[in-house]
Design a protein around this ligand. Structure first.
Ligand code: ADP
Ligand code: MG
Length: 315
């Protein structure tokens, strides 16, 4: 029997807490409902799925919660907050997806796996925080911050100011073999949530958590390579990849080769911390695996795979 094509889907944290939403669990669940409708369609189209998700807004909120409550509760380190988001979002995705599978009479089982991702302790990112996380602040709120605090914030794609943290490059998914085995066993796997919990390997051969947030798109590409996926699908809150994004002459691009993508990247069309890593991930995966990568919105997942929406990156 021919194996069904394996698809790694990366769901954006910013699609799970939408612009202008506070991020209540009900808002997140409603967005996850939409997301899982799309994922069910992909299963119905005959794909095997490994699902990964972002956690930018959620991990930032957990960090802030810890900071605000430090008088009564001990704050945790960022790796632990990252692990929390794997549980939070994994649980919501797993429950909603299971319910929908039940409704459709599909017997497949969903598993969420706490996943660590190996980074390099000497990665220059530790000295140069670049990943925006947590809530958006207005220019006025930013102006009112202390100079010291301002240094931890950047403007994020015209949407406001956000806290930035180190975002080292993912090298290896520690649990990739387990993920492979689960996939081979017919499970729908939710893994590498939030880009994975960043860990380094000490001289003693043991793993240690580090304070950073790995970009989930780059981590999804590493995972997709390691488990030999056929396609990488990156779902976010815009319909596709544009050049001149946010300008009068903005144009969505339906198809781009990795060479074209690199050229646009050089010309500065894809900012770091948002669209940049999605294209980097797409190029990395496509050139390594020879599959195709798709970038589109949650709502357009099925259409994008059928070539009718979003942006396809090919070799
Ligand atoms: P996610 O949580 O899905 O990773 P990001 O905020 O990191 O979401 O990236 C998606 C955002 O990238 C979009 O909402 C959009 O504002 C921004 N963006 C920046 N440049 C582009 C571009 N060239 N084309 C499309 N979107 C872009
Ligand atoms: Mg992102």
């Amino acid at each position: 029997m021919e194996k069904k094509p394996l698809l790694v889907v990366a769901v954006g944290g910013n699609a799970i807490i939408r612009e202008k939403q506070r991020g209540t669990q009900w808002e997140q669940l409603a967005n996850i409902e939409v997301c899982c409708e799309g994922l069910i369609e992909l299963l119905a189209m005959g794909y095997r799925l490994v699902i990964t998700h972002g956690n930018g807004p959620q991990v930032g909120n957990n960090l802030l919660r810890g900071k605000c409550a430090h008088h009564v509760l001990p704050p945790m380190m960022l790796d632990v907050y990252g692990a929390e988001t794997q549980g939070q979002l994994g649980y919501m995705l797993q429950r909603v997806l299971n319910n929908k599978l039940g409704e459709r009479g599909i017997s497949a089982k969903v598993v969420t796996l706490i996943t660590q991702v190996l980074v390099d302790g000497q990665d220059p990112a530790f000295k140069n925080p670049s990943k925006p996380i947590g809530p958006f602040y207005t220019r006025e709120e930013f102006e009112n911050m202390s100079e010291g605090e301002k240094a931890n914030y950047v403007e994020d794609s015209g949407r406001g100011y956000r806290r930035v943290v180190p975002s080292p490059k993912p090298h290896r998914v520690v649990e990739y073999q387990t993920i492979r085995e689960l996939v081979e066993g017919g499970k729908i796997v939710i893994a590498v949530g939030g880009g994975g919990i960043p860990v380094v390997k000490g001289q003693d051969g043991k793993y240690y958590g580090v304070e950073a947030v790995i970009d989930k798109d780059l981590a999804a590409a590493v995972l997709a390579r390691e488990i030999g996926a056929d396609y990488l699908l990156i779902l976010t809150n815009v319909e596709g990849v544009a050049i001149n994004f946010g300008k009068d002459n903005m144009t969505y691009i339906a198809k781009m080769s990795t060479t074209e993508a690199r050229q646009y990247m050089k010309e500065g069309h894809f900012p770091p911390g948002s669209m940049g890593p999605k294209l980097e991930a797409a190029i990395d995966f496509v050139e390594f695996n020879g599959g195709k990568a798709f970038i589109t919105s949650l709502e357009k997942a099925g259409l994008a795979l059928a070539g009718k929406s979003g942006t396809i990156v090919y070799k």
